[in-house]
Design a protein around this ligand. Structure first.
Ligand code: GRG
Length: 323
C-alpha cells in the first residue's frame, strides 16, 4: 500500500489520495479476527438478560451462542473504527445485527422454508425446541435486536440511534431479508435469470451486510461520502458472499459447513454455479471483492491505512473462506 497522508473525513476531496487499496502489509488478519470474535462472543453471551419464561431464553441462547463466523458484528465494529469511532460504542448494534442474522437462520431452517436439520454444526432450533418455540425464539431475537439499539446503547446521540434503527428496519423487512426470501421461495423449481438471482442475493444476504457497515459508520458520525463508499463496498461483498455460499454448497461437506451441503441442488434452486459454472462464479466473486475494496481506496491513505485494513481483509476473507 502506498503511504500518502490524509486524515480528512472526506478524503475523496483530498488530492494526496491514491487508488491503491490492499490491506496493510503489517496487518495480522488472523489475530484481528480472533480478537474481534472473542469480543463479540463475550458481548453476545452477556446480551440476553432475564428473559422469561426460561424455555424461551434457552431457545434464544441455543442459536445465538451456537458459534458462526460472526462476520456481521465484526463488519459493524470495523466500519465504526474506519469512520473514527470507538468500536465499543457500536457493540450493542453489532450484537443486534447478529441477533437479526440468527433469527433469520432459525426461520430459514423451518419446515415451511428450507426445512433443514443442521445449522452451525448442531440440530436446528425447531428440531430441539419444536416449531412453535423456534418461531417465537426468532421473533424474540428480532425484537430484542431493536431493544439493544434503542435502549441499550449508552453514550450515543438519539439521532444516530434513530438512523441505525432505520437501517436495521430496512435491512430486515420487505426491502431486505424478508423480500429477498419471498422471491427466493417463489423461484424454487423455476428458471431464474441472472438479474433475478442478483435481486435475491442483494436482498436476502446483501441487505444485512450493508446494514452492518452503514450502521457502524453512522454510530461514528461518518460523512455522506464515506457512507456512500461503504454502500458500494457492501454491495460488492454482499453479492460475493452469496456467490461463495452457492459455490460452497456444491464443493464443501456438511461437516465443514455446519449445515447441510447440496441443499440448492436438492431444492432445485438457481445459483451462480448453475448459471455460470464454478470457475466463472469464483471469478465474478473475486471481481466484486476487488470493486468493494476499490471503493474504500480514498480512505486507505496515511493514517487511514491501519483503520481500513480490517474491512479490506474482511472483503478478501469472503472469497477465501472454506465455510
Ligand atoms: C429478518 C424479519 C426477518 C425475517 C427473516 C428467513 C428469512 C426472513 C430470510 C432468510 C435469510 C437468509 C437465511 C439468508 C442467507 C444468508 C446466509 C448466506 C447465511 C449464512 O451466513 P454465514 O455463513 O453463517 O455468515 P454463520 O453461521 O457463519 O453466521
Amino acid at each position: 500500500m502506498t503511504a500518502s497522508v490524509s486524515t480528512a473525513q472526506d478524503p475523496a476531496q483530498d488530492a494526496t489520495v491514491t487508488e491503491d487499496a490492499a490491506p496493510a502489509q503489517s496487518f495480522d488478519f488472523a489475530a484481528y479476527l480472533e480478537a474481534a470474535r472473542r469480543r463479540v462472543e463475550a458481548a453476545l453471551d452477556g446480551s440476553l438478560g432475564p428473559e422469561r419464561p426460561e424455555s424461551l431464553r434457552e431457545a434464544m441462547r441455543y442459536s445465538l451462542l451456537a458459534g458462526g463466523k460472526r462476520l456481521r458484528p465484526i463488519l459493524c465494529l470495523a466500519a465504526c473504527e474506519l469512520a473514527g469511532g470507538d468500536g465499543e460504542l457500536a457493540m450493542p448494534t453489532a450484537v443486534a445485527l447478529e441477533m437479526i442474522h440468527t433469527m433469520s437462520l432459525i426461520h430459514d431452517d423451518l419446515p415451511a422454508m428450507d426445512n433443514d436439520d443442521l445449522r452451525r454444526g448442531r440440530p436446528t432450533n425447531h428440531k430441539v425446541y419444536g416449531e412453535a418455540n423456534a418461531i417465537l425464539a426468532g421473533d424474540a431475537l428480532l425484537t430484542r435486536a431493536f431493544e439493544m439499539v434503542a435502549l441499550r446503547s449508552p453514550g450515543l446521540p438519539a439521532e444516530r440511534l434513530l438512523a441505525v434503527v432505520g437501517e436495521l428496519s430496512l435491512a430486515s423487512g420487505a426491502p431486505g431479508l424478508v423480500g429477498g426470501q419471498v422471491v427466493d421461495l417463489e423461484c424454487e423449481g423455476k428458471a431464474v435469470d441472472l438479474d433475478t438471482l442478483e435481486y435475491i442475493h442483494l436482498h436476502k444476504t446483501g441487505a444485512l451486510l450493508r446494514a452492518c457497515v452503514i450502521s457502524g459508520a453512522q454510530i461514528a458520525g461518518a460523512s455522506e461520502a464515506l457512507l456512500a463508499a461503504l454502500g458500494t463496498y457492501a454491495r460488492g461483498i454482499g453479492l460475493a458472499f452469496q456467490i461463495i455460499d452457492d459455490i460452497l454448497d456444491v464443493t464443501a461437506s456438511s461437516e465443514v459447513l455446519g449445515k447441510t451441503a447440496g441443499k440448492d441442488l436438492a431444492a432445485d434452486k438457481t445459483t451462480y454455479p448453475k448459471l455460470l459454472g464454478l470457475e466463472e462464479s469464483r471469478c465474478r466473486a473475486e471481481a466484486l471483492v476487488a470493486e468493494a475494496k476499490a471503493a474504500l481506496a480514498p480512505w486507505c491513505a496515511g493514517e487511514g491505512e491501519a483503520k481500513a485494513a480490517p474491512l479490506l481483509a474482511l472483503a478478501d476473507y469472503i472469497t477465501s473462506r472454506d465455510r
